[in-house]
Design a protein around this ligand. Structure first.
Ligand code: DP6
Length: 331
């Protein structure tokens, strides 16, 4: 039996991945480039062992057996690893997050980055991030960005290609930022991102968003390279609103926000414009708000956000490293 354990942090996108190519809906082939920051405090640890004596794949997530749907997603990665390595053994997978799964931080990004690395290592496959990106996206598109630390750019492949193109723009030590996650709801999202990526095509605004990204993506890339927080923040906030405009104008319409979501967004703008505090918001496919700020301002911004009506908790995440192996096995 060969066993390996990997750790990976989740990530928050400054330029969002929303919409997949229609010709291969089962693959995460994004319509647009996305740029994210890897998160240190929101981490998944996963141990994988291929065991020729095991009758079938068995997977435990945060102490409970994976559901049929979860197992199917995990088996897409395990199946690809087995094909690449030429092995047939079933796998035992044990995975655990150091953050609540329902906290509005993408556990699938950290989870599938850790799974791709642990499974590849257990099967003695190459384990550089560029070797793993194609495996990670079989579970979750955004997971390929969590293979790298710091700031990461994921670009759509050329029309004739399927292999993801992911690279680090700057490392975690180049520019430490803070993501204050304002939790306004812990309920599971009504429509999963995988379906949302397909529904994006039904929005009349999709084309406009893709066109606007032709200038927004280089702007964010430059802001990261030059550590220009204001330029980053303005482009980031605009892109979150642009993605949610596509969501809200899809058929059926996806409205992820709660009243407290809007409360946090407005407060962030007041803190910035009247209070002179550099902070900007972004929101994924859910109601929780990620407030991005500078390390020195994080305590005061967190306090302001925590005091708002409807905010249950504020999680503090900093810029983190990429996926890595560890000897601390979970079994
Ligand atoms: C809104 O297909 O990666 O977070 O696997 O369900 O986490 P899950 O989603 P995925 O889509 C992510 C969509 C997003 C934006 C982003 O992270 O780029």
């Amino acid at each position: 039996m060969t066993k390996a354990t990997a750790r990976a942090g989740s990530n928050i996108a400054f330029i969002k991945y929303w919409g997949t190519r229609r010709d291969r809906p089962e693959l995460a082939l994004p319509l647009n480039p996305s740029i994210s920051m890897t998160l240190r405090e929101a981490r998944t640890t996963t141990t994988v062992a291929f065991d020729p004596d095991a009758a079938e794949d068995y997977c435990t997530l945060n102490g409970s057996a994976a559901t049929t749907e979860e197992l199917k997603r995990i088996q897409r990665v395990l199946g690809a690893v087995r094909r690449m390595a030429g092995i047939r053994a079933s796998a035992r997978v044990v995975s655990s997050n150091n953050f609540p799964t329902s906290a509005g931080i993408a556990s699938s990004a950290s989870g599938f980055a850790a799974l791709a690395l642990a499974a590849a290592r257990a099967a003695s496959l190459p384990c550089e991030p560029q070797d793993l990106a194609g495996l990670a996206i079989l579970g979750s598109g955004s997971a390929c960005r969590s293979l790298y630390g710091g700031y990461v750019l994921w670009e759509p492949p050329l029309p004739s290609r399927e292999d993801p193109s992911v690279r680090q723009l700057a490392s975690e030590s180049d520019w430490p930022l803070v993501d204050l996650v304002a939790i306004v709801s812990r309920e599971e999202k009504p429509v999963k991102s995988s379906l949302g990526h397909i529904l994006a095509w039904t929005s009349p605004f999709l084309e406009a968003r893709l066109a606007s990204l032709r200038t927004a993506v280089p702007k964010v890339e430059k802001a990261v390279l030059e550590r220009d927080f204001e330029a980053l923040g303005e482009a980031m906030e605009a892109d979150a609103l642009s993605m949610h405009a596509v969501m809200m104008t899809s058929r059926p319409a996806l409205l992820y926000w709660e009243p407290a979501t809007v409360g946090v967004m407005k407060r962030v703008r007041v803190l910035r414009e009247a209070g002179g505090l550099a902070c900007y918001f972004t929101i994924d496919a859910g109601p929780n708000v990620h407030v991005i700020t500078l390390p020195g301002l994080a305590p005061v911004v967190a306090q302001e956000i925590q005091n708002l009506e409807g905010v249950q908790e504020v999680l503090v995440c900093t810029t983190g490293e990429g996926a890595g192996l560890t000897e601390d096995h979970l079994f």
